[in-house]
Design a protein around this ligand. Structure first.
Ligand SMILES: [Zn+2]
Length: 253
């Protein structure tokens, strides 16, 4: 019923107005959590706690205002400090968009931004990552966080990226070699074997080689190690009980 009402509201209001109402509601709710312990670099909110997240209810994971998680905040800082994403005129493709990013990216004047996904209702275009409906060499940058490492998908991302352009193709690396088993098909099993209920494999260090096989030059950037511990803790950039991750920065020569 609530979902039906939401859909009805969305249909009868403009996308922009609906989005503003949703965010205003999130903003008002987040006021309860205002404090000084944590800071979200995406929405610039200061909070006494971040919200728990996931089946394991890991503590201090989710921003009460913009709903960003640890990796989102890390990628945000990386984009801000290590790329031209917020400064140059770029045509940007974002696969599997997330609310906290899309809301802002879509409003940036320097970006010609489009998001795509096969199933997410948030995506601006419905599209299979293994069959991207754009011409070769279309984009100046691509963001893809936690999407299939299927070789066909990687090839497609390479194809639509312009030469001398970059992509962030981020997955959590958990093992030496990528492990996946199609019988691991419930949230509980995925949490047990892959560490998170919405993950479909445990990625290994061979992920870099898979990207390189498609033609990318990969910089495995230990960005987190260069950040101040206070920032890592206050911005909460690493999920509880998970190792720190490098950024997979891909370049198409
Ligand atoms: Zn936030």
């Amino acid at each position: 019923m609530i979902q039906k009402l939401k859909t009805l509201a969305k249909l009868s209001l403009s996308e922009d107005l609906f989005d503003k109402l949703v965010y205003t509601r999130m903003y008002i709710r987040s006021l309860y959590y205002v404090g000084t312990n944590f800071f979200c670099p995406i929405c610039h909110g200061h909070f006494r706690i971040f919200l728990p997240y996931g089946l394991s209810r890991r503590k201090n994971a989710c921003c009460p205002r913009c709903r960003s998680l640890e990796r989102h905040r890390l990628i945000w800082l990386y984009l801000q400090n290590r790329t031209n994403f917020f400064r140059s005129k770029l045509k940007a493709l974002h696969f599997a968009p997330i609310y906290c990013f899309q809301r802002i990216f879509n409003s940036l004047l320097n970006l010609d931004y489009v998001s795509a996904d096969l199933s997410s209702s948030l995506a601006m275009m419905k599209m299979d990552i293994m069959d991207i409906k754009f011409d070769d060499n279309s984009f100046d940058c691509i963001l893809c966080i936690h999407v299939l490492d299927d070789r066909k998908a990687i090839k497609e991302l390479y194809r639509v990226l312009k030469p001398n352009s970059w992509a962030i193709l981020q997955v959590p690396i958990m093992k030496e070699k990528t492990f996946e088993d199609y019988s691991i098909n419930t949230s509980e099993k995925r949490l047990k074997f892959y560490g998170q209920e919405d993950h479909f494999r445990a990625y290994g260090l061979d992920y870099k080689k898979r990207l390189e096989d498609a033609g990318f030059r990969i910089k495995v950037d230990p960005y987190l190690w260069e950040l101040d511990e206070n920032i890592i803790n206050r911005y909460r950039l690493v999920p509880e009980n998970e190792p720190r991750e490098n950024i997979y920065f891909a370049f198409k020569p």
